[in-house]
Design a protein around this ligand. Structure first.
Ligand code: AMP
Length: 395
């Protein structure tokens, strides 16, 4: 697969597919700019070569028509601020006006087209829509790793029309980061998997058995495993419909050297808030009406020991309800231990929106080897699947 350095972009108009689907508050202030600032190296390479850039992206989930709240107009000034570049915003993404402006771009100039999802054709995969975008570019660059598990027009069908195409630096880093874990990880390898639901990560767990030496399971998803094994989990999160999948996991583990480690103790409460009484329970003996909302002190100790002896670390999903201060200790402590292991030379990759918000809360963003912006795309790769849009860059 070609990467950015394969090309010289001089005089070329680049259709640069980015993921500007950033979180915003009610006043349209961007609350996390990671996806924007992470593409700066790619923009700089193209501009330094003397190229022109047409940024294309989706933003939110408009219902196939112009919905003001999903317009890039709301956030263009912040995008300009974060990228520190002059950018012309065009209030459409296809058509005569767009073609006219793009055709008159000079080397070094950047435009941002309006939200691709204002057209139903973006999500439906429409060749005519793609042809209209194709018309305005000489070369296609996919820098939207986090949107590349979806077979949409701009990520899957559009690149097929181009002869000149490649992935951007961020995309390359994301793939290398995951391959550093799944294919070239130094032993011992460890994964810490948390979050609310076992259903969203069960395929990841299944795939990384036989790759990892240890899989530590925390967060709300742990309780379904514990219940399956006959423990009393009180009113903790439970997904009974995952029992069959859990059975498969245990079967696979029998013939594997991989060990799954569950929490020993939990911090529980009767209320999902900071106001209720808290108690520490053995994870197998949580009382009726009490729910486990964080890993307990013994578990923090045990998990820390495993993490500190590992050379390759993957973390996805918080170990408790870190949004509530009473149940944040587990997640923050584990983040700090992973940072320590990284400082000692381990490779660490952190993914998943909530784990990233957690480390931002304690200002630890710089203390890991790589923070993935990949979301669902990252999970698909961890499940062992190929990202569908990569095929369109290769072929
Ligand atoms: P996910 O999107 O599956 O990674 O889940 C993230 C969410 O899981 C966060 O908002 C956490 O508050 C929540 N979470 C973590 N541990 C628990 C738990 N023990 N009970 C309920 N929710 C939890």
């Amino acid at each position: 697969m070609k990467t950015l350095d394969y090309y010289n972009f001089f005089n070329l108009t680049t259709l640069l597919r980015v993921d500007f689907n950033v979180p915003v508050d009610k006043n349209f202030k961007i609350t996390d700019n990671t996806r924007i600032i992470s593409i700066i190296p790619t923009i700089n390479k193209i501009l330094n070569d003397g190229g022109k850039i047409v940024l294309i992206s989706h933003f939110g989930r408009p219902k196939y028509k112009l919905e003001k709240k999903y317009s890039f107009k709301n956030i263009i000034s912040e995008i300009i601020f974060f990228l520190k570049k002059k950018i012309i915003f065009i209030e459409d993404c296809i058509g005569y006006k767009v073609e006219n402006i793009v055709n008159n771009l000079k080397n070094g100039e950047i435009v941002l087209l309006e939200n691709l999802r204002f057209y139903k054709e973006e999500q439906n995969g429409d060749i005519n829509f793609c042809k209209k975008l194709f018309k305005i570019g000489d070369i296609y660059v996919n820098e939207a790793f986090s949107a590349s598990h979806r077979k949409h027009s701009s990520t899957f069908y559009l690149p097929k029309l181009f002869k000149k195409k490649c992935i951007g630096y961020l995309f390359e880093k994301e793939i290398n980061g995951i391959n550093n874990i799944l294919k070239n990880g130094k032993k011992p390898l460890i994964s810490i998997i948390g979050g609310a639901k076992v259903s969203t990560k069960i395929s990841v767990i299944e795939n990384i058995i036989n790759i990892m030496d240890y899989i530590l399971i925390g967060g709300g998803m742990a309780y379904t495993f514990i219940k399956y094994n006959g423990g009393n989990i009180g009113s903790s999160l439970l997904e009974k419909n995952q029992f069959l999948n859990i059975k498969k996991i245990f079967k696979k583990l029998k013939n594997s050297k991989t060990k799954i480690i569950f929490p020993k103790d939990v911090v529980a409460s009767k209320e999902f808030s900071d106001n209720g009484k808290k108690k520490i329970y053995d994870i197998n003996n949580i009382k009726k009406n009490w729910q486990g909302l964080d890993i307990g002190p013994k578990t923090i100790d045990i998990f820390s020991k495993y993490i500190l002896l590992s050379k390759t670390i993957l973390w996805n999903g918080p170990l408790g309800v870190f949004e509530l201060s009473s149940f944040s200790k587990g997640t923050f402590s584990i983040a700090k231990v992973i940072a320590k292991a990284t400082k000692n030379g381990a490779f660490s990759l952190i993914g998943g929106g909530d784990s990233i918000s957690a480390i931002k809360k304690i200002k630890y963003e710089k203390k890991f080897s790589f923070i993935s912006t990949g979301g669902g795309a990252m999970l698909e790769m961890l499940e062992g699947k190929n990202l569908i849009c990569i095929n369109s860059i290769i072929n």
